[in-house]
Design a protein. Structure first.
Length: 296
């Protein structure tokens, strides 16, 4: 079991900055995204948007060594296919030797900081398509929140469409995460999680870019998921979100949604990395069984 020495990472970043591109070049990549048509990815891009809370703990993700320890535990469980993150997190995992044979998705737009008056102007402040391709990542993910009364939505849609096109030209997956969104106060926005709002977001997101050949959707689990997923033929990954209820109920919801033909797996961060009982390995194993059918 590989553990992460955060102090050693800092020393190496200080003295060997060229170790990062060298490690990307040396990384052993998978020959295919998935062997069975399903993916389980661990999400770790929340902190870059200033979103550190899990349930009622506002600072749950504030410690980078703690987050890296949880990620290392999750990524080494059999059946976990890969990780989604920003450059800082992925490069820590890379330098720790944890990304060989994993699907690696770079998070692209983290500029819509949580709680900011400009939150819905989701600028592309992290990965770009050229870097994703040059470093051998498997794709890029973009949060695409659509607020009909927010001027920032238009440039976000344009930027997401350009990213979809650029990723496709490089032969990389574009993972679009759409929401219909409203602002409920100057510093608070809310994603609309009723079935019709999710269906509307799907149709808008699916049409972004000059081609949809490599577009996947990352969608919330809501009521009437069969009707929601009937809105697209694109592969869909289901997101975990900030866990609210009992974990057992969450797994049941995920399992039902995964029965649909468009559902290609899960992208989950907080629900697996910060389970109520603290047992990351068991939480991840339960998700693996849902996605891969107990084939660990």
């Amino acid at each position: 079991m590989t553990t992460i020495d955060a102090a050693a990472l800092t020393r190496r970043r200080l003295t060997e900055p060229d170790a990062v591109p060298a490690a990307w070049a040396a990384r052993r990549r998978r020959t295919a995204l998935s062997d069975d048509g399903r993916l389980l990815l661990i999400a770790a891009d929340h902190p870059a948007r200033g979103a550190l809370a899990v349930r009622d703990d506002a600072r749950a993700m504030a410690s980078r060594p703690d987050l890296l320890h949880r990620l290392a535990t999750a990524l080494q469980r059999p059946g976990v296919d890969g990780v989604l993150g920003t450059p800082d997190v992925l490069e820590d995992l890379l330098l720790s030797g944890l990304l060989d044979d994993k699907v690696v998705i770079g998070s692209m737009n983290r500029g819509g900081l949580q709680g900011a008056t400009f939150e819905l102007d989701d600028r592309f402040t992290a990965y770009d398509a050229d870097t994703i391709a040059a470093n051998g990542l498997d794709g890029g993910k973009m949060l695409t929140r659509i607020a009909l009364d927010e001027p920032g939505t238009a440039p976000t849609l344009e930027a997401s469409g350009s990213a979809v096109t650029a990723l496709a030209r490089h032969g990389r997956m574009a993972m679009v995460e759409p929401f219909m969104t409203v602002r409920t106060s100057p510093n608070r926005v809310e994603n609309l999680l009723d079935p019709d709002s999710v269906i509307d977001s799907i149709h808008i997101a699916a049409g972004l870019g000059a081609t949809s050949a490599r577009t996947w959707l990352k969608l919330p689990v809501v009521h009437e998921m069969a009707r929601v997923l009937d809105a697209t033929t694109l592969p869909c990954l289901l997101l975990g979100g900030d866990p609210k209820g009992e974990p057992a109920d969450t797994y049941v919801e995920w399992g039902r949604a995964l029965e649909h033909s468009s559902a290609a797996g899960l992208v989950v961060g907080r629900a697996l990395l910060f389970p109520p009982d603290g047992d990351v390995a068991s939480a991840v194993d339960a998700a693996v069984d849902l996605v891969h059918g107990g084939t660990r």
